[in-house]
Write a protein that binds this ligand. Sequence first.
Ligand SMILES: Cc1cc2nc3c(=O)[nH]c(=O)nc-3n(C[C@H](O)[C@H](O)[C@H](O)COP(=O)(O)OP(=O)(O)OC[C@H]3O[C@@H](n4cnc5c(N)ncnc54)[C@H](O)[C@@H]3O)c2cc1C
Ligand code: FES
Length: 495
Amino acid sequence: MTTQGSVWLATATIPEYDGIRADKHADVVVVGGGVIGLTTALYLQQEGASVVLLEAGRVGRRTSGNTTGKVTSQHSAIYANLLDRHGPGKAGQYATANQAAVEEVADLVNRLGIDCELARTPAFLYSAVPDSPLRREADVAAAFGLPAHFVDPEELGLPVKVAEAVRFDDQLQLHPARYLAGLATAFAQAGGRIFENSRVDELNTDHDIQAVTTQGPLVRANHAVIATLLPIGLTGGYFARTRPSRSSGIAVRLPVEAPPGMAISVDSPVRSTRPWPGGGPNGLIVVGSNDESDAESTYQGLVDWVGSAWGFDAVPEYRWSAHDYGTPDLLPFVGKAPGTPMLVATGMHKWGLTNGTVAAGILRDLILDRGNPSTGLYDAGRIGDVHAVAKLVKDNLHVGKEFATGHLDRLKGGLDHLEIGQGGLLTLDDGRTVGGYRDHDGELHTVRPVCTHLGCPLQWNQADTTWDCNCHGSRFTSTGAVLDGPTTKPLDTPR
Ligand SMILES: Cc1cc2nc3c(=O)[nH]c(=O)nc-3n(C[C@H](O)[C@H](O)[C@H](O)COP(=O)(O)OP(=O)(O)OC[C@H]3O[C@@H](n4cnc5c(N)ncnc54)[C@H](O)[C@@H]3O)c2cc1C
Ligand code: FES
């Protein structure tokens, strides 16, 4: 029996916090309680600032609670690419910052006494193709001072074809949800205030900054950090300067002991693996990119891959999916958003446990008016590579056009034909398209399947029972409540 949902969230106790009930004052308001918001809030509170953190749902339960839990400077095969695009200075800075972030996370876990299955382990990068770019990747990474070595593929212990491999020594794996619980607890113990179920609808910047919540109360502050995965609404235009990318994961027990290290393939489809201590010595986590396929096919692809590699009929115990954002030039956007006094952090390229820790340091230092070696590197105001941005905008338009021309599957028949647990787009007799879902009690829920961010049509995700917007990553529950921004508004009901 497979449980739908992150293995980490199912096996952690994250403290719960009340919703906001009255207006508050603070030096800093942090919007979003993922790894970036929590780390930033903790850093600032520990420095003596008074911080209020507003979280739309529960802390740590969106992308950060759905990661693979790898804390590593090995961000797939990135260093040769960074060198070619940005030159040795910036590529080297990225390497240094992210390797330092690995040690910073280890230090935080030890100092705060967080019980999160932290373990030192090698991180492998591999390819099934001989003469792949991996030898150069290892050389470039090593030249930047990273513990990278081109190694014998046998070292991985993976029963799949491996022609070339790179090993990064002394990296970390952890239980991400327990790590996040530890950060939240430490922040609250330092005097920080967390309000859950307190979605921020808008940020007014007329005099001081006001973070206005859907619930009514607002927080007045001198500084605002928007750590909502992608900045909400239209802030800084980041929705057009980033690209959402979804991945799915499974937790499975193998018939034999799992390979001890973390590994990620550079070939497509990407397969990212690591031990799953909760599953015993045979426990393995496998994560893969959704690429163009839907969530259900991605889950099946992961199960098939495990089954064929280890030669058994694999049945995962958990399966889950989440998304993160990439930028055209591979560097995150962290710092002051153009045209506003607000600070943002986005575009972690699925490496937010290290990149996000670097981001938290930058945000803290910007607010405390201190220097930070990574501020310029991750500058949130940069335009980025012109050709890459043009491609991104074109891709966005393509997505919109695809939807507008209606190439989406529609279910046959009317709403009455929806079975228990089934959802999808339906064309009514009068020609209108509505979104419908029949829940397990038989109740029918209908929505207007149009994204409340910028109006892209939505796609039904049967595997996760969500309404997803492929334009900029907003997601809604089957009944239309917001799960992920940039939107802050629930779906309309059909007229
Ligand atoms: C499947 C997968 C595996 C990954 N594995 C790894 C890994 O092994 N190692 C690694 O380094 N990185 C990994 N990543 C990337 C990493 O998980 C992300 O980069 C990181 O979690 C981003 O953190 P965040 O704080 O920006 O976002 P989130 O964790 O999504 O936090 C944002 C928070 O903001 C809240 N929010 C949103 N809108 C509002 C609003 N209007 N008002 C108030 N709150 C709001 C949300 O509810 C959420 O809690 C992975 C990503 C994916 C998708
Ligand atoms: S997220 Fe931008 S239109 Fe849906």
